[in-house]
Design a binder for this molecule. Structure first.
Ligand code: CP
Length: 322
């Protein structure tokens, strides 16, 4: 693996390989000493042009657990405010010895530009670009669904026969896009539920069904219900009903939670807006996987960095198998 830019171009075999190596990484994270020597001498740069809590810290934890050196760059407080370009910022970090660059950027396509420009030689990982994709979020979501459904028998399995309903601001969600493609590749059936104004125009080309009725989608008994944040910062008021109206029609509260099958899980990539798309009761319920998703994110990102930086030289069954 040279770069990880999206899930749309991941093959079934590639996706399963990342999930299975992540299983091995998760095994190592249950040990008393969590740190592995695998990436000693490598440098991972976190290049963040947009805010993040989970993704940035998770990549930092993943790189450190693999013994890589980590450089954290945040556009806030940097020379980006003086007009420095993406090329110059990236080449400056490359000159400090970056082996992998994990980039979050507000512009869709920025990670691909970085990977294909020839500006840097480091591997590039997309940590979320505009409204385009967030591949490691989708991988950790698939990992979480698989783990909850198959437990210790997860390795080597895809998600064929499972159904996942994604609810919320599909229009602006890179998480939804990455999930739709990855879940489809892994054999799951995907339903998207949103107000008509928050569905992308090109959605007919996506491998997913569309519904505007959350109660009808819940009545179908999805294996996983994934709630998404409304990205008010990316939209004008014309796109959006009132918060009260949104919550009434598309929010997950106690009644809808009770209408789900007993073994359905409730997911959210975070950050959550409690009281709008998800109630506190649903977010904190035993069927919520919100914190499992966060924990699994470290294992999945360890797998991505491992395959990017050590995979070509090392046994792909991963260090957890030794
Ligand atoms: N899920 C996610 O991308 O969260 P952050 O924006 O906090 O990284």
């Amino acid at each position: 693996m040279r770069h990880l830019l999206d899930t749309k171009s991941l093959s079934h075999a590639d996706a399963l390989r990342i999930l299975d190596v992540a299983e091995n990484m998760a095994d190592t994270q249950r040990r008393e000493v969590k740190k592995l020597p695998t990436l000693r001498g490598k440098t991972v740069v976190n290049l963040f042009f947009e805010d993040s809590t989970r993704t940035r810290i998770s990549f930092e934890a993943a790189a450190k657990r693999l013994s890589a050196d980590v450089i954290n760059f945040s556009a806030k407080g940097s020379s980006v405010s003086k007009g420095e370009s993406l090329q110059d910022t990236a080449q400056t970090l490359q000159a400090m010895g970056a082996d992998a660059v994990v980039i979050r950027h507000g512009a869709s396509g920025a990670p691909r530009t970085l990977a294909s420009s020839g500006w840097i030689t480091a591997g590039v990982v997309n940590a979320g670009d505009g409204t385009h994709e967030h591949p490691t979020q989708a991988l950790l979501d698939a990992f979480t669904i698989r783990k909850r459904r198959f437990g210790e028998a997860s390795r080597g399995r895809d998600l064929a026969g499972l159904s996942v309903t994604i609810v919320g601001d599909i229009l602006h969600s890179r998480v939804a896009r990455s999930n739709v493609w990855l879940l489809h590749t892994l054999g799951a059936k995907v339903t998207l539920v949103a107000p008509p104004t928050l569905i992308p125009q090109d959605v007919s080309t996506w491998p997913a069904r569309i519904s505007y009725d959350l109660d009808a989608a819940i009545a179908e008994g999805p294996d996983a219900l994934m709630m998404l944040r409304i990205q008010l910062e990316r939209m004008s008021a014309a796109y959006f009903p009132t918060e009260r109206e949104y919550s009434r029609r598309w929010g997950l509260g106690a009644d809808r939670l009770a209408a789900l099958p007993a073994d359905s899980i409730v997911m959210h990539p975070g950050p959550m807006n409690r009281g709008m798309e998800i109630s506190a009761e649903a977010a904190d319920s035993p069927r919520s996987t919100v914190l499992e998703q966060v924990a699994n994110g470290v294992s999945v990102r360890m797998a991505a960095l491992y395959l990017l930086l050590a995979g070509a030289e090392d046994d792909l069954s991963g260090p957890g198998r030794t």
